[in-house]
Design a protein around this ligand. Structure first.
Ligand code: PEP
Ligand code: MN
Length: 264
């Protein structure tokens, strides 16, 4: 169902209030790895508004490698995130980790993110297929293109056609950076499916100094959008500070991405 052979026209996802993802638009989704406080949300929202970015990312349920690391503010954090974003007309993308969270989260999100670690959680994918909310599905940590497509097929075949695929880097032997951002995936996915393709250069390379260049490369490769991490003080971020842009870097990247998209 997600194949170009079955449907030729590219999928366009409507998030409401004139915000769409896919064909005909270039989407920027930015924000912290984790939602941390009311003040943090307000600072990020102000930064996004200044730069005309309509979608904010931020995790409240965080899949952390260590159980002792910060695991997110939970549902109260999401309610606060939602209240502030609604006041300012900003859409929310945030990660859902398990089936039981869908119901409590659904009224407070615009896009559910499925993280790399849950990319083949088939019960979660089935349940998101039944939920009427757009989904951004990340590629698994060692996931193949075919596995990503089949994971999307779980969601689509349950009745939810509003799916974005996300390349976020795969694990290889190279350890000079966090992951290997597989930009090959962008044109290949675009050819194989009608779904929008989003790239996450923050998790893809994992080092702040190189995130912007990889984001621009992804734009030239044909991505429909970029999702990346930004924070008012990356060095104090509760998670993923090492790959998070400060607001100056973020503003510069936004300008350069728009210029690059215009060249396509
Ligand atoms: C995230 O977006 O902060 C995240 C945990 O991403 P991933 O699932 O790609 O590791
Ligand atoms: Mn992160």
């Amino acid at each position: 169902l997600i194949s170009r052979k079955w449907r030729v026209e590219p999928t366009r996802i409507d998030l409401g209030d004139g915000v769409t993802v896919g064909e005909g638009s270039f989407s920027i989704m930015a924000g912290p790895c984790s939602i941390e406080s009311e003040q943090q949300i307000e600072l990020v929202v102000a930064h996004l508004k200044e730069n005309n970015v309509k979608i904010m990312r931020g995790g409240v349920f965080k899949p952390r490698s260590s159980p002792y690391a910060f695991r997110g503010m939970g549902i109260e954090g999401l309610q606060m995130f939602h209240r502030i974003c609604r006041e300012h007309g900003i859409k929310i993308i945030t990660e859902v980790m398990q089936v039981s969270q869908i119901e409590e989260m659904i009224d407070y999100v615009d896009v559910f993110q499925v993280g790399a670690r849950n990319s083949q959680n088939f019960n979660l994918l089935d349940a998101l297929g039944e939920a009427q909310k757009p989904v951004l599905l990340k590629r698994g940590i060692s996931g193949t293109i075919e596995e990503l497509l089949q994971a999307a097929e779980y969601i689509f075949s349950n009745g939810n056609e509003n799916i974005m695929l996300c390349e976020r880097g795969i694990r290889g032997y190279e350890n000079a950076y966090r992951n290997i951002l597989d930009l090959n995936a962008v044109p290949v996915l675009k050819a194989k499916t009608h779904l929008p393709v989003i790239v996450d250069p923050s998790h893809g390379i994992g080092l702040r100094d190189y995130v912007s260049e990889m984001a621009l490369a992804a734009v030239m490769a044909g991505a429909d959008g970029i999702i990346y991490e930004t924070h008012q003080k990356p060095e104090e971020a509760f998670s993923d500070g090492q790959q998070t842009l400060n607001f100056d870097e973020s503003a510069r990247l936004i300008r350069r991405m728009r210029q690059t998209y215009a060249l396509r």
